[in-house]
Design a protein around this ligand. Structure first.
Ligand code: NAD
Length: 263
């Protein structure tokens, strides 16, 4: 958020700058996982949340946010890969919330496939959701902010996989490329992650357990991340506290971007 001016030397407390009261944020993919954890964190800081997600219903706790934190909220089913669906969901979110002050783009998919087994449609879908879905949502948000003369912040989520880090147990080159594209696209603000326990990773329990073990045992900090490891950074980036931060790339990987410590 860039509402602090060059001449603003007033004695504003850090806790006031990070307050999100009277601001509303769009969250794609906020129906569960990291997106929902961030929606809840924004709500705790007083910000309104407008979620757009393909899920028919968000996690149950979503419905409690308005009452618990006294915020505005809306949930609209929408698909970031369809122009019609995304534009309608965005318009509905604005109707429900009024002015938006930025957003967190967390809608994403990951399909693990070795290159030689890669499926044409899977790789196209990965790019449609992760890259173009992010791009078109940023366009809508940007247009809304410009047309309403409002300063705002937009945070995207890339991945450790977008750093070109080789994860031998998880070949997913199309996903890697899509996340590198998100990084490349975001001159503004990117937040990067290691492996975070969400429904996206749940599918790895069982026969793909080796992937989870790699992230847990390889990380210098020796554990998997949880969505709450990221929420403070997302809230910071959306707030006035980050008014001089733009185009920055934050690594929250448990140290894995520096290398694996697994023997
Ligand atoms: N979990 C991790 O370890 C990890 C690591 C690095 C990056 N990420 C990224 O973080 C983001 C969130 O991941 P997560 O782990 O919370 O996953 P998740 O699967 O739990 O949540 C993703 C959400 O996006 C929604 N979604 C998917 N396609 C959509 C579409 N076309 N339109 C609208 N919504 C759509 C899903 O319904 C879901 O609610 C993703 O971009 C993911 O690539 C996750």
């Amino acid at each position: 958020m860039t509402t602090v001016s060059e001449n603003d030397t007033s004695d504003v407390k850090v806790t006031d700058r990070i307050n999100l009261k009277d601001k509303n944020f769009l969250i794609t993919g906020g129906g569960r996982g990291i997106g929902f954890a961030c929606a809840k964190a924004i709500a705790q800081l007083g910000g309104g949340v407008a979620v757009v997600d393909t899920l028919a219903e968000p996690v149950e706790e979503f419905q409690t946010l308005s009452e618990r934190f006294g915020i505005k909220m809306s949930y609209v089913r929408g698909d970031v890969t369809s122009q019609e669906s995304l534009e309608e969901a965005f318009a509905q979110s604005v109707r429900a919330m009024g002015q938006l002050h930025g957003g967190l783009l967390a809608a994403g998919i990951c399909i693990d496939e070795p290159l030689l087994e890669a499926d044409w449609e899977h790789s196209q879908r990965t790019f449609n959701v992760n890259v173009l879905g992010t791009f078109w949502t940023i366009k809508l948000l940007g247009k809304h902010l410009v047309e309403t003369g409002t300063r705002g912040s937009i945070v995207t989520i890339a991945s450790l996989n977008g750093q070109g880090v080789y994860v031998p147990v998880q070949p997913c080159a199309a996903y890697n490329a899509s996340k590198a594209a998100v990084k490349g696209m975001m001159g503004p603000i990117g937040a990067e992650l290691g492996a975070i326990q969400t429904p996206l990773l749940k599918r790895l329990e069982g026969e793909k357990r080796a992937i989870l073990d790699f992230y847990r045992e390889g990380a210098p900090l020796q554990r998997l991340g949880v969505p709450e490891d990221l929420t403070p950074m997302v809230c910071y980036l959306l707030s006035d506290a980050a008014s001089f931060v733009t185009g920055a790339d934050f690594l929250m990987t448990g140290g894995l971007h520096a290398g694996s410590v697994r023997k």
